[in-house]
Write a protein that binds this ligand. Structure first.
Ligand code: SF4
Length: 331
């Protein structure tokens, strides 16, 4: 039997090469594997948690994320792709799960404590933020998912979902499988300043960037700080540009030559970056073409969203019927 997979993304704007090389590449591998049935949602209710005072940007951000998903190759024929708020059962299940989730589990959640301390520019002192693991559990459990793909650094996040599923099943019968984590590789993709690529650091190379925008960012990207002059020997192991080579450059011979040139101080960083640009352009050209096509065809995008929500709701309604009947709310 096929295993159900759920994964989601918060709509915070255009996605970048880090999303593409990490989560989205893994999602596409699952989409191509007949052992899995994939549900991928843009979780816009989660964006409300922090953007409630400026909610008009959420819907535009959802559109950008959907365009990026389709551009990199997520296929609505093979995966169920949808926007969370188009499937009202997410909120309904979240309410039911919230009733049985002990407050202490949420207050002890390490991400909650960490974010409250670290995020100073947004008001997170709301019920929605404390309760976000419940909504996250609803997203996953609504599809009675068996596995959730997570990056190597995030496996703890699923534990609370498993605990909520266990507690719900204890009260109301065996409704939810306890989902397993599917550890997926997350290659290192640094941003232009050498830190992790992230929209909040302003160091991203976006999927939607044009060739010129992408090159402007690559050209000025930091390299091994030891290379002040072209003749200074460098070390690719200390260079963020090299990490991006490792993701996009599949020409091993060229990689060896560049590495030797860097170590010997016989090539300049611009030459190395130009070589990288060729590989990024080769990978991104079909992505840019698909994105432009979907962007020009508003109706197609709307059809994809409508059909995705319709497909998701078939399973979502089935689960909610089981949940309501388990609780005893039968009409
Ligand atoms: Fe980095 Fe390439 Fe410059 Fe070496 S030559 S420091 S790998 S950009």
């Amino acid at each position: 039997m096929e295993k159900r997979v759920f994964s989601g993304m918060r709509p915070t704007g255009k996605l970048h090469l880090g999303h593409m090389a990490g989560a989205l590449t893994n999602w596409m591998k699952l989409q191509e594997d007949s052992a899995y049935s994939c549900f991928y949602g843009i979780v816009d209710w989660h964006a409300m948690m922090s953007d409630y005072a400026n909610s008009s940007i959420i819907s535009q951000n959802c559109k950008e994320v959907m365009l990026d998903w389709l551009a990199v190759g997520l296929d609505p024929e093979r995966s169920t792709i949808f926007i969370q708020s188009h499937v009202p059962e997410h909120s309904e299940l979240s309410l039911a799960l919230g009733m049985i989730t002990p407050l202490g589990w949420l207050q002890r959640n390490p991400t909650y404590k960490e974010q409250i301390l670290n995020i100073q520019n947004k008001d997170l002192s709301n019920f929605g933020f404390l309760g976000y693991p419940v909504l996250m559990a609803a997203d996953i459990l609504l599809y009675r998912s068996n596995v959730v793909p997570v990056g190597e650094d995030q496996s703890a996040h699923l534990e609370i979902t498993r605990e909520i599923a266990r507690r719900f099943n204890h009260f109301y019968g065996d409704i939810f499988p306890e989902p397993d984590t599917l550890l997926t590789p997350t290659p290192k993709v640094p941003g232009t300043d050498g830190r992790k690529m992230s929209k909040s650091y302003g160091n991203s190379i976006n999927i939607a960037d044009s060739e010129k925008e992408m090159w402007d960012k690559l050209r000025t990207m930091v390299t091994d700080p030891a290379r002040q002059r072209k003749t200074d020997p460098g070390d690719p192991a200390k260079c963020p540009v090299w990490d991006i080579h490792k993701v996009f450059n599949d020409d091993h011979e060229e990689m060896e030559e560049l590495k030797a040139g860097c170590l010997a101080g016989s090539i300049g960083c611009v030459q190395c970056k130009k070589a990288l640009k060729e590989h990024v352009v080769a990978t991104m050209s079909p992505v840019w073409e698909r994105r432009a096509r979907y962007e020009a065809e508003e109706d197609t995008l709307e059809d994809v969203l409508r059909e995705g929500a319709k497909k998701a709701r078939v399973v979502a309604r089935e689960t909610m019927d089981m949940v309501l009947s388990g609780i005893g709310f039968v009409p």
